[in-house]
Design a protein around this ligand. Sequence first.
Ligand code: 7TS
Length: 408
Amino acid sequence: MTLNVSQIRKDFPILEREIRAGVGLTYLDSTATSQKPLVVIEAMNDYYRRSNANIHRGVHALAEEATTMYEGAREKIAKFINAASARQVIYTRNTTESINLVAYSWARANLKQGDLVILTEMEHHSNLVPWHMLQAERGIEMDFIPVTEDGVLDLGMYKTLLDRRPKLVSFTHMSNVLGTINPAAEIIRLAHEAGAITLVDAAQSVPHLTVDVQALDADFLAFSAHKMCGPTGIGALYGKTALLESMPPFLGGGDMIKEVKLRSFRPNTLPHKFEAGTPAIAEAIGFGAAVDYLSKIGMDAIAAHEHEITEYALERLEEIPGVKLFGPSADKKGGVAAFTLEGVHPHDVAQILDQDGIAVRAGHHCAQPLHEKFGIPATSRASFYLYSTKEEVDLLVNGIYKVKEMFG
Ligand code: 7TS
């Protein structure tokens, strides 16, 4: 089960670079985006060198080859999340677009004024703003599962909210700030009992945990390739077949149609109905290579490694006087450590760490309401992945002591 991390690190060319003369890279920002292994970079390069053609449109050999690679990647992604069929995996640009697809297509066809959407207080802006926009347009109602002081969802309050018969429960599987892993199967089961459908923001879970859409019984599930060793510019929306089939198209144009007349069109079958225009072909192929890479190492082994690093990081960070950590204990969370340092702005912390090549993020991490809940404008955040080491945690801790020295 233990990962050979020094071997894994060799798969990632960027981890060898110097950030400035004599200063190596300590990359602790994988929650924002992960680094990319050479196999992913090469898969995309190979496609452009050898197989570049537009998909679904040509009978020539290259077009067929590109189509096979593009659709082959979809099969891999479907298998990775245990979707029953690859037709249930829609390529999008990212998690944000996947959620917007549901908001524009399913929600605009199914929600009317006064209908309730339940979210949580720990959502990323990408699972808040699309619903704000629908609220302004349609007058839907929104309510929120509260986050406790410990950084977990208040499920008792959730059950009370369900008495109001929501139409949709949309929630993050894992918080990008607190690291909290939410009990998705239970949240979904309770939503279904109340007659609601569910959307899982899996941007932070699919890269780090074994996610099985059928075991979860998720109706929709959204994730991004770039957080799971894949390229930017591509993500996926999983959906139950009956729901996807009943939904109107999202964007209109080429590829998403079966037939077009001057005054009408017939939409294509799944998954193409939701993929208008020339898609991100190289990126889809890179996404497939990323899934191969993670599968080969094993998601359970990756999760176990991250758990070990997180436990160590929380322990070491807690020792530092003036550091306040946010989120639950290591057993309830993924590889994220968001913290404040007394008397120092989180941006200053990040900037000083950067002088030693330590990359952490500072700010509200696109979860402003969550920070407001905790009464702070920002945190510094270190996050871990399969290539993270305890030595990197030590560098972070030493760096924070240096910050403390500089600020007296
Ligand atoms: N949902 C969660 C839980 C996220 O962490 C993010 C990105 C998104 C949705 C949006 O993903 P995107 O690929 O569409 O941008 N989170 C972060 C972050 O924590 N720092 O930078 C991006």
